[in-house]
Write a protein that binds this ligand. Sequence first.
Ligand code: MIG
Length: 716
Amino acid sequence: MMKKYLLVCLLTISSIGFIHAGQPDKLIGKNVSVFYPINYNAAAHKPSFALLKEPIAVGDVPGSWDLRPRFYSKDGKTYATLPVAKGTCLYGTGENTGSLLRNGKNVTLWNTDNYEFRKDDGKRLYQSHPWVLGVNSDGTAFGVIADNTWKQRVDLTDSIRFISDGPAFRIIVIKRNSPQEVIKVLAGLVGKMALPPLWSLGYQQCRFSYVPDTRIKSVADTFRIKKLPCDVIWMDIDYMDHFKVFTFDKEKIPDPKGVNDYLHSKGFKSIWMIDPGVKAEKGYFVYDSGSQGNHWVQSKDGKEFNGNVWPGKCAFPDFTRPETRAWWGDLYKDYMAKGVDGVWNDMNEPSVFDGPDGTMPEDNHHRGGGELAADSHLRYHNVYGTLMIRASREGILKTNPDKRPFILSRSGYLGSHRYGATWTGDNSSTEEYMKLSVPMSLNLGLSGQPFSGPDMGGFTKNTTPELFGQWIATDAFFPFMRGHASNETKSKEPWAFGTEIENVSRTALNRRYRLLPYFYTLFREASETGMPVMRPVFFADVKDTTLRKEDQAFLVGNDLLIVPKWAVNPKLPKGIWRTASIVGEHSETDKYQPDVKVRGGAIIPMGKIIQNTTQYKLDSLTLVVVPDKKGEARGRLYEDAGDGFQYKKGDYLISGFTAKQAGTLVKTIIKRESGSWKLGPRYYKVVVITDKGSFSSPWTKNANITVPLIAQNKVN
Ligand code: MIG
């Protein structure tokens, strides 16, 4: 009787689709599990865009596993919901407006050109990261990936809920003892940023647009004349002939190679914009070759889709096609040969001025190829930009195999950091946007993308001197540091606001350039482990729940705590943190320069003030030592050629610094840790900061340095 009843039950359930062969949930690593909805259709999702490779099962999900998604469908939408325990703090979901802490927030993952973040109250921006980091009240942590490119929403109002317009999707859950460990596991799954060229860590100056060529040169010259350090000048759309990508306006830029040569001769790199929209004009070589290769995204009827962007009527490369990516990549050959150093891929959400909701119709058709299935724009929209920058990166690498590509992308998806850096789009020149830039870059860093920053100074509207000063002083500690301005605004270069702000800017830039050895070491770490460069304050003490909301102050690596002057009652970590003077400034009393505090137990390597990274030379290092409670400190420095790939063959040097205080003597030892480069002699100066002040050694070539903490050695 019982048996019969069960059988009937089973039959009934399976006939309405609840019991299904399905795909079993699996453990795919230590405390990492993948969960499948019963109606999972792999063909609608695989290969994954977020994951580097299809995960391999290493066992079954243990029965004791607590964090399990509940899958269901309702009103044509597919859901996955995970419970959130009280006291759990949520982060991530990529590029957001609003606070660092994401509890109670809603974000739509549908990449959108969002001028001033006004559309939908800024709840959907240019990127989509279906990823949530959870930090439990005890500091243990978890992460949730929805492996889903389709249009979706992440609702964190009372749980973690992904609501998608596409077919049912799988969920990956990571559990670890700390958020840092979760981030490293995430990076293991979605990949790490490639080590960028050193020059891309320098200051970068942009405007919509520096034309004609004489203006580019004069902006560059002014940086040098005024001794404001800068590495890159950016060329926005007006350099093109009628906004046609891969062309140069004959009047404004008659000799692009000459412009790049000029910039190079002054120690600058050049970055030029390339958009996805190709002017639909017969006789234009990109349109002709694209049409010949059948490279355009199609409408649902299979015809070439056209929409308006800057050049007028455009066609859009279908980057889901391997042939199209190769064709696009090859367009960079002649272009890079003109001396272009980096590429800026804008408008790649894609933005279509006259399209529905500012983009392509959801039922546009992508043909795919290789591993990628043919499917609708609804599926591929969120990865359109990622596929574009992948094609750009591959093409640029093919033509310049010995250089590290630099690509800046506006749109992105979880995993797009593998191909390029990003900035946070069209902000505005108000204090609010400046403050917003901190949590924006922090959450991008917690979502796999370590290389980001805002339009420093604000893109739209005019900037006041006061705001510009605050902004450049804060931005000097962001991973990506670029000033930008929209075409309808007054000048926003660091000298455009009078002498006081020019001096504020110089101090800010000098601080960044002196700290480049520390920054570069962090970029190396990010490329190896996925740890972000810019980190939330709560990383300093994950058990201290009072730090969980802090998003004015932030950390650079583990060892520098940046407290902007505009921060109101910031919550700072306990323990020893000592203010360091980087370029002789007194940040406690300075109106603009953030207080830079060094963690007790850390040693920070600093270089010289230079005007650009072609002058970067580690022949004289300053080591800032802050002993911890036990009187100890350590640090390290990564160095390599700054570009190229020889470092992958071992051509680099990691040196380690250790310091130990015994009474009034602090002894610092410098040793080679790894890499094939020798640790040759160089000049060192050790500055020890204690509660009694700062004490300095003279410059010495000795790699074993003792600083007596006595009055004669006191600085400041
Ligand atoms: O429709 O290229 O976000 O940084 O200056 C505007 C012109 C197109 C948007 C980018 C902005 C850039 C601007 N672009």
